[in-house]
Ligand binder design. Structure first.
Ligand SMILES: Nc1ncnc2c1ncn2[C@@H]1O[C@H](COP(=O)(O)OP(=O)(O)OP(=O)(O)O)[C@@H](O)[C@H]1O
Length: 739
């Protein structure tokens, strides 16, 4: 880890794109008879006048509580809408008294307000409300909104200004006139130009109002920091989003995450508390409540085994959070232990909505099948389904339930092919009827020649009966049989004793995150390597013997070195690629391949499942629990089928790249570029295996002409072994060269 020195997020910002003194307001008047006029005053007030001449649309005062706006007569008519984008009017601050102000009123009582007012500078107003309750697909509102907000200009303390503004909404209810307001509010143009509605009604927080403490997580496209909110003293998590060249598409996908988060409001769903940015900066931080643990990290702590009551407590919270998401028309599409965050009071919150999408159960729209982390991905997605619903999240939840009870992941495939095979072996293969009905794209490739028998009960015979029956429905091969989060919540599992414990009764664990576990593993690996070097070089003068620190000792040290109250200094070199942290931390200790998957059923019953087959226990460099490891970047022009042709890994770059042409669905921008794919154990075009950055890439066509799934798996295994052998050889060669 590099030196850590105190630095605010703002200081990392690249050179300003707009001079601070010239905030830009963009207003287009669709009613051409109106003439915009802007008065530029001194540095206190800003006045915009819109014709009919001498009528002011608004006067923005830098004082905290005064709003100056036109009265009804001064506004453009209903059909003379005030829109954004287009001719820019540059505003400068004006003097305190800005001429003839038509009407002045205080912020919190400003006329007909449909959208909730922002409570105070830096805090966020709730997302625009939608009239329709239940599954939301599009806001139903139409017509003109009048909104009031307190906005904070970046630059200068105590610089709130208040605005009342009017804007129209398009037929889908999306507001279409924000840009001017956004710019005044301090949002950077690169954000509002492509994702105005995501931040609409919100105010950016200033980066220097947070003190960054230490890095606590790393996602495919983000670094997550623990930080102190200097305004409230509260500890928060700051998720810094990386963009590739400010690509608008990347920004749009990030905006989708924000949009979705704003729609959700539930104790078991992480709450987006703010966004940090400024016109000067090309980065964005999402502010979340700080959560001390994640379920994957806890499970990886040696010695932690959950009781039935504890498992029920976690499951209740997961399902409640999920029920809320689904009722709000949101599919999470990446339920897994590391996205289930826990605070010190045992409260669980579903996090990471980077792959989430809006959906309408009554109006199926094509969605990408390349979502959900491999081990938690349901069979229909592996088979290429593009029409799916809540059942995908329920499958992942079933995997979590079994994992919590079994103490380790239940199906840890290294590739999609292997994952599907594990699923069929445990859950049985779909019925002929299902294959016919579902018309899944990859049916011809993956339909096994023989039926696989379901053996969930047998595999988990030690599980309580009520858990087994819930598991049986969550892990149903056919999505329609998985029920809903609501039906799962009503299952006997939650009604039979021992009942779920109260979250507050859960044990207090030391800080433990999947990320910590990865760091721990990495540290242990380094120590082992150092010890090995020390031993082999012990005859050489000057070489020190290294001490190997056992993993649990490292865990302890790691926990000790991560005191919550100590403010570490922030080192910019930690950030992004210059990070002192590994870009691709290894998967946690318990994430080895093999696991349960290959040995669920009695082999003699399982003559369809490659008899006697055992998967290699070789640890794949890109273990599927390592987030960065799952980014899939399809080659331009590649087809879906190539996805089954092997594996590669993500270089650790941002996942907000352009949406690849390989994915025909969610072209409308709803699929996060490289995203879906991020979760795959990178399956790429048939380029053959090879080593890149000393990591194993599995690839190559797995489907021999006329072959079936068993052949494919055998070939797959052969390639893996070959890759491993090659890796070993290369390692040996490197060692020889080194000495
Ligand atoms: N609110 C929070 N409190 C504490 N830690 C958090 C919080 N949010 C995220 N983290 C940590 O940061 C990690 C990465 O966050 P997150 O999963 O949101 O990022 P991501 O880039 O979307 O990752 P992924 O590649 O899995 O999509 C999490 O696994 C978690 O350990």
């Amino acid at each position: 880890m590099g030196c850590i020195c105190s630095k605010s997020a703002e200081e990392e910002a690249p050179p300003p794109e707009i001079p601070k003194a010239l905030p830009v307001l963009s207003v287009t008047l669709s009613n051409k008879s109106l003439n915009p006029f802007v008065s530029i005053k001194n540095d206190e007030n800003i006045t915009i006048t819109v014709a009919p001449p001498k009528q002011k649309v608004g006067s923005f005062s830098r004082t905290n509580s005064i709003i100056s706006s036109s009265g009804a007569s001064s506004r453009p008519k209903e059909n003379g809408t005030t829109q954004t984008s287009g001719p820019l009017m540059q505003l400068e601050s004006g003097r305190k008294k800005s001429g003839p102000i038509v009407h002045t009123q205080s912020l919190r009582s400003s006329g007909p307000i449909h959208l909730p007012p922002i409570k105070k500078s830096g805090q966020l107003a709730p997302a625009p409300s939608h009239k329709k309750s239940g599954p939301l697909v599009q806001p139903q509102t139409q017509g003109r909104h009048v909104r009031s907000a307190t906005v904070g200009l970046s630059g200068g303390a105590n610089n709130d200004l208040t605005v009342e503004e009017a804007h129209d909404v398009d037929p889908s209810g999306n507001a279409i006139g924000f840009s001017g307001e956004h710019v005044i509010a301090g949002w950077p143009a690169w954000l509002t130009e492509v994702a105005g509605e995501a931040v609409h009604g919100w105010l950016p927080r200033r980066a220097d109002s947070f003190e960054k403490l230490n890095k606590i997580g790393q996602g495919t496209y983000s670094n997550v920091y623990k930080a102190r909110d200097l305004e409230t003293g509260k500890i928060v998590a700051l998720k810094k989003v990386r963009f590739v060249n400010m690509d608008p598409e990347s920004v749009r996908f990030m905006a989708r995450e924000i949009h979705i988060l704003r729609r959700l409001d539930h104790p078991n769903v992480i709450k987006l508390e703010g966004i940090v940015t400024s016109r000067m900066s090309h980065s964005l931080y999402l502010v979340f409540q700080y959560m001390e643990h994640d379920l994957a990290g806890l499970a990886a702590v040696p010695g932690i085994k959950f009781t039935e009551a504890q498992v029920k407590c976690y499951m209740l919270q997961i399902l409640r959070g999920l029920e809320h998401c689904h009722n709000r028309g949101v599919l999470h599409r990446d339920i897994k232990g590391s996205n289930l965050l826990l605070d010190d009071n045992g409260n669980l919150k579903i996090a990471d909505f980077g792959l989430a999408t809006f959906f309408d159960p009554n109006q199926r729209q094509p969605l990408t099948s390349r979502v959900v982390t491999l081990w938690y991905r349901p069979p229909e997605l592996l088979l290429g389904a593009t029409e799916y619903g809540v059942a995908v999240d329920l499958w992942s939840t079933g995997c979590i339930l079994a994992e919590l009870l079994a103490g380790k992941p239940i199906m840890s495939g290294r590739t999609e092919v292997e994952q599907l095979h594990k699923i069929f072996k445990l859950c049985g293969s779909p019925s002929d009827d299902y294959w016919k009905r579902s018309k899944l794209p990859h049916t011809t490739i993956f339909k096994p020649q023989h039926q696989y028998r379901r053996c969930v009960g047998e595999a988990f015979k030690d599980f309580p009966q009520s858990a087994l029956s819930l598991l049986d429905s969550l892990l149903a091969i056919e999505p329609e049989s998985r029920g809903t989060a609501t039906s799962a919540l009503q299952s006997d599992f939650f009604r039979t004793k021992p009942l779920a414990c109260d979250p507050s009764a859960l044990p207090k664990y030391p800080p433990s995150k999947e990320y910590d576990a990865k760091l721990r593993d990495e540290e242990a690996r380094k120590q082992r390597a150092a010890a090995h070097k020390g031993r082999s070089g012990s005859n050489k003068p000057g070489k020190k013997e290294s001490k190997v620190i056992p993993a649990d000792e490292l865990q302890k040290r790691n926990m000790q070195s991560n005191p919550k109250s100590v403010s570490e200094k922030y080192d910019p070199s930690e950030d992004d690629s210059g990070s002192g942290f590994p870009i691709d931390p290894p998967g946690p200790a318990n994430m080895h391949t093999g696991g349960f998957g290959s040995t669920w059923c009695n082999k003699k019953d399982d003559n369809r499942a490659v008899p006697g087959r055992t998967y290699s226990s070789v640890r794949v460099a890109n273990g599927p629990q390592s987030k960065n490891d799952r980014t899939y970047r399809p080659q331009p022009g590649s087809t879906d089928l190539h996805n089954f042709a092997g594996a590669s890994r993500n270089s650790g770059q941002a996942r907000y790249n352009r949406l690849d042409v390989a994915d025909p669905v969610e072209k409308n921008g709803l699929d996060r570029p490289g995203s879906s794919h991020k979760k795959d154990l990178g399956i790429s075009s048939n380029v053959g295996y090879g080593m890149k950055n000393k990591r194993i890439h599995y690839s190559g066509p797995l489907m021999p002409p006329g072959g079936n799934m068993e052949d494919m798996l055998r070939e797959h295994e052969r390639q893996i072994q070959q890759a491993v052998r090659k890796a070993r050889l290369e390692k040996e060669k490197t060692k020889k060269n080194f000495y």
